[in-house]
Design a protein around this ligand. Structure first.
Ligand SMILES: *Cc1c(COP(=O)(O)O)cnc(C)c1O
Length: 386
């Protein structure tokens, strides 16, 4: 077990800082994960659902118009927006449910803030016929009423959490309490590359399919590896998945883009939050600080432990993009390429547009388009018209 716990550290970051009763549940999960992660039968089943249900592999689209307009590096888009449910989150939800089934779980629980992870979890649970409970802060439920309805349509029970401010943090606490009480038949499906070990490693493993595909695709299309891979960062799951298969390719620049309004890596300090150590934004009392990004999926004060480590070692670079810049990129990609990106993904697009102009015509940039923007159209309407 010590050996498995060691795997949860990325330099000084990661680990597991939780009460003993929760640690026992996490140990059991880690044991199952390391048992199945390289199991051919398990992986064949995972691939089957990625292909037949999610619709993978998705394309690596050459953004010809945008490239031409900027006049610099060639921009390719990895099309996670074309997945079933419209984002990368479903890759992880399917992987974790398959793990849950192997562990004999009869019930799936998850937390959700804006509702996107709740919808992905409810979708996968419906398909596998497993009962599903989603914890969501009362305040968030009011703001995201349509996502609550979506989860209910998919057969999930959405439990409103009244405690505290009725937001993501309280939803996480409620889900953890449920897990500790019901761990024998309950699986907690975590949505990003954050949390105590083994979750960051599990989420990376299932999201790594993004770079496995993009690497093969770019070699077919360009006959060489990209100059840079660019992805937006909330907790860091789409980015770590987009980076994974390039980590050992030292000539490929790996670039994470955070919102200026929630810049955990750029402005954060090492601290333990939510059971793991990472770079994080703290308020004057040492608590996780409130953040305020226009993209709900990026509004998290911490960041996955592996990104914290990659920043410290310099293997990956991290930059910020403001909500205003992301909004401009949202409109530009829609107009020029006919692709409406998620506001989260628009942060990556905005940075890639700047970078392309600085690079040469024979450079290649891959932007991970983590999701589609249909969910954001109402919000953008309000931002542009009010
Ligand atoms: C949730 C979400 C994100 C942010 O989460 P990560 O774990 O950092 O990937 C980014 N893009 C979209 C479309 C999302 O739904």
């Amino acid at each position: 077990m010590e050996e498995i716990r060691e795997k949860g550290y990325f330099g000084e970051f990661g680990g597991s800082f939780v009460p003993d009763e929760l640690q026992a549940v996490l140990d059991r999960l880690a044991e199952a994960f390391y048992k199945y992660k390289d199991d051919p039968e398990f992986n064949e089943e995972f691939r089957y659902y990625l292909r037949e249900y999610v619709g993978r592999e998705n394309p690596l689209t050459y953004a010809k118009n945008l490239t031409g307009k900027l006049g610099g590096a060639k921009i390719y888009l990895k099309r996670e927006d074309l997945n079933h449910t419209g984002a990368h989150k479903i890759n992880n939800a399917i992987g974790q449910i398959l793990l849950a089934k192997r562990m004999g779980a009869k019930r799936i629980i998850a937390e959700t803030g804006a509702g996107q992870h709740g919808v992905a979890t409810a979708t996968a649970a419906a398909m596998f016929g497993i009962p599903c409970v989603i914890y969501m802060g009362k305040h968030d439920m009011e703001r995201q009423a349509l996502n609550v309805f979506r989860m209910e349509l998919l057969g999930a029970e959405v439990v409103g959490v009244e405690e505290g401010q009725g937001r993501l943090k309280e939803a996480v606490d409620a889900a953890l309490k449920d897990l500790v009480e019901n761990y024998e038949h309950t699986f907690y499906l975590l949505g990003s590359a954050v949390g105590p070990h083994p979750y960051p490693s599990i989420v990376k493993h299932f999201q790594a399919v993004i770079s496995e595909e993009s690497k093969k695709q770019i070699l077919e299309k360009e006959g060489k590896l990209p100059t840079a891979v660019v992805a937006c960062i909330g907790g860091g799951s789409n980015a770590i998945g987009a980076f994974a298969h390039y980590l050992d390719e030292k000539d490929v620049r790996l670039i994470g883009v955070e919102p200026t309004e929630a810049a955990s890596i750029t402005d954060g300090v090492p601290a333990v939050i939510h059971g793991f150590k990472c770079l994080t934004l703290l308020d004057e009392n040492g608590n996780p600080a409130p953040t305020n990004s226009i993209a709900a999926g990026l509004d998290y004060p911490g960041i996955g432990p592996e990104h914290s480590f990659l920043k410290t070692t310099g293997r990956a670079e991290y930059y910020t993009v403001s909500g205003q810049e992301a909004l401009a990129a949202f409109q530009e990609l829609s107009r020029v390429e006919g692709i409406i990106p998620a506001l989260e993904s628009s942060h990556a697009v905005a940075y890639a547009m700047k970078l392309a102009k600085e690079l040469d015509k024979d450079d290649v940039i891959i932007v991970n388009l983590s999701g589609r923007g249909d969910k954001d159209v109402n919000q953008v309407f309000d931002m542009l018209h009010k």
